[in-house]
Design a protein around this ligand. Sequence first.
Ligand code: NAP
Length: 300
Amino acid sequence: MVLVQNCMPPSRENWEFMVWIWQFFPLITIAQWIPAVNRIYQMGKTSSDSRFNIPGRIAWITMEIPGPLSLIYIMLTVPSSIGLRGLPWENKVMGAFYVLHYINRAIISPLIAPSISPIAPHIWLFAAVFQLSNGISIGGWLGGYGNTTAADWQNHEANYKAGGRMELGMMIFFLGFLANIFHDDELREIRRAAMRNQARREAEKSEDERPKTSKGADKIYMVPRNGLFEYILYPHYLCEWIEWTGYWIMAGLGCVPARNFVINEIATMLPRAVQGKQWYVQRFGEEKIAGRKAVIPGVL
Ligand SMILES: NC(=O)c1ccc[n+]([C@@H]2O[C@H](COP(=O)([O-])OP(=O)(O)OC[C@H]3O[C@@H](n4cnc5c(N)ncnc54)[C@H](OP(=O)(O)O)[C@@H]3O)[C@@H](O)[C@H]2O)c1
């Protein structure tokens, strides 16, 4: 099934052009370091009150899902379009890992979060384009424009480095994946605890004193303490970078789409984390944040 001739699924030439362009994404993110530009980054802690905002849960689901959907579609359609009878198991495992990550990020996380701030439409669009570009980039590589045989995967070397690379990458991927989930959940726990306290206080009040509507957990922020939060304020970001570095190792360091993903994520998330640390200092004071870096323990 062809959605758009030569674009979806992309022809090899279009895919190669897209992957080439995608390498320059970090240049756009330089603008994120400019404070005035950062002010229009309206999501999460820096979201604004606007009637055009998209509710947090809906925004996260719809802006993240184009990534895995485009990858699945391309992996299902490209092989037959270029005459491949099948894909090596490594391609399928890497496709499955990508989808696994987004089942958590695009479906489970938004649904189980006690609350998520609304997101401005332009940020939603930016994220959706990121996802689509990345899904096409990695999906094309896995779907037949990258490695297509067992020999490609062995890199024509029968040594221990080639043999263990996939396994090492898998271990790093899962370490980052699980640690990202753990730290994301530490943040959710702050709001769950706040909701429990709120419910307990309301239960202690008499019927007349109880508010008619509950405030919920919207915009409740505290300084997280567990796990790597003791050293940095954005360990969930760091763990996500570790996860996708593992993915890049699985693909082989020469895999440009996997490399682009790691570099592009760091390029857009690093300024967010550094500015996020400034937000924590302004909100809670130097003293409470003292000793913690933004995202790399002891460094930044
Ligand atoms: N942002 C990106 O550019 C980006 C890109 C790729 C992947 N990701 C991944 O997506 C996940 C979420 O990223 P994010 O940028 O939304 O992270 P975040 O700003 O730290 O927010 C994560 C969630 O925790 C809540 N939260 C944040 N700090 C809190 C605190 N101090 N106390 C209580 N609740 C707090 C937020 O609520 P509010 O929404 O109400 O602030 C939000 O629901 C992470 O695992 C990250 O690695 C993010």
